[in-house]
Design a protein around this ligand. Structure first.
Ligand code: ASP
Length: 429
């Protein structure tokens, strides 16, 4: 355990170092190297390395969405057993995710990250803006005629639709379908391992992607990236403090300050591991010991939340979609933005609670609304930093949903929730 944690920390530092080196190299070559030298470096080294990294990430998307979504939906099979609580928590998780991404889109439309009035990036594939589809068509075309074709074409909404039904089918069949579910769960685990392996190459990919962009675009692009990271973090803070604070007060009927006082150590774990899954044990412990939520509820809703509830990830995807559109000088129509809300909300069910899973799913959202997938390269270069913040929002949303549902069932132990907590007991955890 300790070993993997160390490894993770080391990878994070490597990626951040690669980011810094890539920025440095990009600036130096932009300012001091002759244009033909830059062309050569880019053609022979940076472009191939960056492309291999991006392609490896894209490679995982379709099988991952399929397997993780089927597994995610099937993991809700227990809903039948937990009945009302299951229904409430799933509705809460879905609604808050859609709300989070809507806020992200509104704020991004105001701040316009990436729209600095400077040169827009050229998309290698030339802008692929599809005509905005008629809104009803979006729903009609969610239903695949041939799911294999959807997979070949990478039509994500159709794959999602099929995967959800498949997961439901497994749930309904129950015991008999268990072997199949096991296979899917195992495939899911393998795919997550592959993401882990691909991420081992991230320092090289990040170096190549960022230095190539800066080499040709100059430092203007850095300003754009700062704006992107700034807007994502701003929206995440609005979500984690204001939206969740109001939810705690109005829906949970408790004092929000007490929540944050007791919950911050869990947030620190999420921040440092960038993994909702890795945070499950401390989250469970905090829910039961400090917040007064019965284990009966949290043992179901926290792992479920780590699997299907990704408010922070959805925020990142919303801001990233607007950012990429701005950077490429495109405009996202209202329909396309609604499509982002729909796709990202559904995608959050299938986003695994591990580092970088959200950015893999981002390529799917981009694809669905017709934005250039190379845009993901830009966002990828700073994703490590953003991941830490969004994971913190993700797991905070899980705990707050759990608390609200527990209180609505009159199962919240308010004496425990309102009790004072000593600083040492926070630190010991
Ligand atoms: N790292 C996030 C989490 O574990 C998922 C993501 O990459 O957005 O919640």
């Amino acid at each position: 355990m300790v070993k993997t944690k160390n490894k993770k920390m080391k990878l994070t530092s490597k990626i951040l170092l690669a980011l810094a080196l890539g920025v440095g190299f990009g600036i130096i070559s932009n300012l001091f190297f002759p244009a033909n030298a830059n062309e050569l470096i880019s053609k022979w080294v940076l472009e191939p390395v960056g492309k291999v990294f991006l392609r490896a990430i894209k490679m995982i998307v379709v099988p991952l969405v399929l397997c993780s979504l089927i597994a995610g939906v099937a993991s809700m099979g227990d809903i039948k057993k937990v009945g009302r609580i299951g229904g409430k928590i799933v509705a809460y998780y879905m609604m808050t995710t859609a709300f989070a991404i809507s806020i992200a889109l509104v704020i991004s439309n105001i701040f316009k990250p990436g729209n600095t009035g400077m040169n827009n990036l050229e998309s290698a594939t030339k802008i692929t803006t599809k005509e905005a589809p008629f809104i009803m068509d979006i729903f009609v075309k969610m239903v695949p005629v041939n799911p294999i074709k959807s997979m070949v074409e990478g039509n994500m909404l159709q794959i999602i639709f099929f995967a959800i039904l498949f997961g439901l089918g497994i749930t309904i069949i129950g015991k008999k379908a268990e072997p199949l579910l096991n296979v899917i769960n195992q495939a899911n685990e393998v795919l997550l391992k592959i993401i882990g392996l691909v991420m081992l190459t991230a320092p090289y990919g990040v170096f190549a992607l960022i230095s190539k962009v800066i080499m040709f675009q100059g430092i203007d692009v850095l300003e754009k990236l700062f704006q992107y990271v700034g807007v994502v973090i701003f929206v995440l803070i609005v979500q984690a403090v204001i939206v969740y604070g109001i939810a705690l007060k109005i829906l949970g009927k408790v004092n929000p300050i007490k929540f944050y006082k007791k919950f911050w150590p869990v947030m620190v774990v999420a921040f440092s591991t960038s993994s909702s899954n890795a945070t499950i044990p401390v989250n469970l412990e905090a829910c039961e010991e400090k917040l007064g939520i019965p284990e009966r509820i949290s043992s179901f809703t926290i792992p479920l939340g780590a699997t299907i509830n990704m408010d922070g990830t959805a925020v990142m995807q919303g801001v990233a979609a607007i950012f990429i559109a701005n950077v490429y000088g495109m405009n996202l129509s209202l329909e396309q933005q609604l499509m982002v809300i729909l796709t990202a909300t559904l995608a959050s069910i299938g986003t695994a609670g591990v580092p970088s899973a959200g950015v893999v799913m981002l390529t799917m959202v981009l694809q669905q609304v017709g934005l250039p997938i190379e845009g993901a390269a830009l966002v990828l270069s700073v994703d490590r930093i953003v991941d830490m913040f969004r994971t913190t929002a993700n797991i905070t949303g899980d705990a707050i949903g759990t608390l609200i549902v527990a209180n609505s069932e009159n199962e919240l132990d308010l004496d425990v929730y309102n009790s004072e907590i000593s600083v040492e007991s926070n630190i010991n955890n």
